[in-house]
Design a protein around this ligand. Structure first.
Ligand code: NAI
Ligand code: MG
Length: 362
């Protein structure tokens, strides 16, 4: 029996349409497993700018700081995309909330549902059964290192790849902890043959590994890792890497999974975490009740597991998604040519099916 306070940040575009189903899934999980979850909706992004002038109002940030977990849809509106002159922008809300909450680890599961393996550009026999958990460092490395500046009258530019042992240790520990609950393999990805920061990364990961003798640690260079990911994704269980390498590798991995509408992510630090689908606000389909809610529903599975330590509840959500896909139901984005018309569902119909399965299974 647990009392948990969850902040829902629907955001913009399809965000509120899909987080509504994340909310409903969590509400049903609470009822079935005897927990008390309370929900609080707050504004972020363009919706918040319209209402208050700020992409992240203080009220939202305060609520998030008090929360046990945060479920986010997406932010972004087309009116800003071709107008860099706009000073107040939706994505500032996201960057500010991540920074304010100290979210230094981005977690992205790449699980290929067998039913959808054919949707990828990779052969399904190579993909089937792949289940990778990425840990990308989010607040350090070359995106933040100083100096970063122009020199010599603007003819030369400098960025700095900087890591401290503390920064590497805390994310490596999270990765090893996760590996203990899985297949017990960690791939640490770096460029230690060239970069000093990567040599520190490797040295520190080796130190952390000593505390996890049951976990097999494999070091891999980033260039090789990006090749291996396509060649044989099943070899990976948990992958831990720095900010820039992780940015590139997780986008590559999202494409092997086939659809944006299926992928969840978590950004966590030492306290509250944000759970969100990796897709954006999809203005092209907003308001039509056709967005795929599964990425958001799978984000609630991550939330239950990572923030609340509720593995059984988390599995109930993933199993329900799996069951609905096995029955052949699809939203438009994951439908195949041979999908019969009556199996193509709206956002709300898909949400209802998943909830019905969660209720049935327990
Ligand atoms: P997007 O992910 O919103 O959409 C890309 C394509 O995928 C679109 O055709 C869209 O209809 C489709 N799609 C995305 N999610 C879907 C879903 N759940 N179901 C069915 N189809 C789906 O990326 P795009 O178009 O580059 O960006 C749109 C807006 O979202 C921009 O303002 C961008 O800045 C913002 N964005 C926000 C993110 C966030 O809040 N974390 C992440 C990425 C983009
Ligand atoms: Mg990226």
């Amino acid at each position: 029996m647990a009392n948990k306070n969850i902040v829902i940040l629907g955001g913009d575009g399809i965000g509120p349409e899909v987080t509504a189903w994340g909310n409903d899934v969590l509400k049903n999980i609470a009822e079935i497993f005897g927990h008390t979850f309370s929900f609080q909706n707050e504004l972020i992004g363009h919706a918040a700018i319209e209402a208050t002038g700020e992409p992240l109002p203080d009220k939202t940030l305060d609520a998030c700081k008090q929360a046990d977990a945060i479920l986010l849809g997406a932010v972004g509106h087309p009116m800003y995309d071709n107008d860099p002159s706009k000073q107040v922008r939706p994505e500032q809300g996201l960057l500010k909330i991540r920074k304010s909450l100290g979210l230094y680890t981005n977690i992205r599961p790449i699980k290929i549902f067998d039913e959808l393996a054919h949707a990828s550009s990779i052969k399904s026999e190579i993909l089937k059964g792949s289940d990778i958990l990425f840990f990308r460092e989010l607040t350090g490395g070359i995106y933040f290192g100083e100096p970063r500046e122009r020199q010599e009258n603007g003819e030369v530019a400098i960025d700095t790849m900087r890591y401290s042992k503390m920064e590497v240790r805390r994310i490596a520990e999270k990765a090893f902890e996760a590996a203990m609950t899985r297949r017990k393999i960690v791939h640490s990805v770096d460029k230690a043959n060239v970069l000093e920061s990567s040599r520190l990364w490797r040295e520190t990961v080796n130190e952390v590994a000593k505390n996890y003798p049951e976990v097999e640690l494999v070091h891999m260079f980033i260039d090789n890792a990006s090749m291996q990911l396509i060649k044989d994704p099943k070899q990976f269980d948990v992958v831990v890497t720095g900010n820039m390498f992780g940015d590139i590798l997780t986008d590559e991995a999202s494409q092997i999974a086939g659809s944006l509408g299926m992928l969840a992510s978590a950004s966590v630090g030492d306290s509250v975490g944000i759970f969100e689908p990796i897709h954006g606000s999809a203005p092209d389909i907003a308001g039509q009740n056709i967005a795929n809610p599964l990425a958001t529903i799978l984000s609630t599975a991550l939330l239950l597991d990572i923030s609340f330590g509720m593995q059984e509840e988390s599995k109930a959500v993933i199993d329900a998604v799996d069951a609905v896909l096995k029955e052949g139901y699809r939203t438009t984005d994951i439908a195949e040519q041979q999908t019969p018309k009556d199996k193509i569902l709206s956002t709300d119909e898909m949400g209802k099916r998943v909830v019905a399965h969660i209720k049935q299974a327990v």
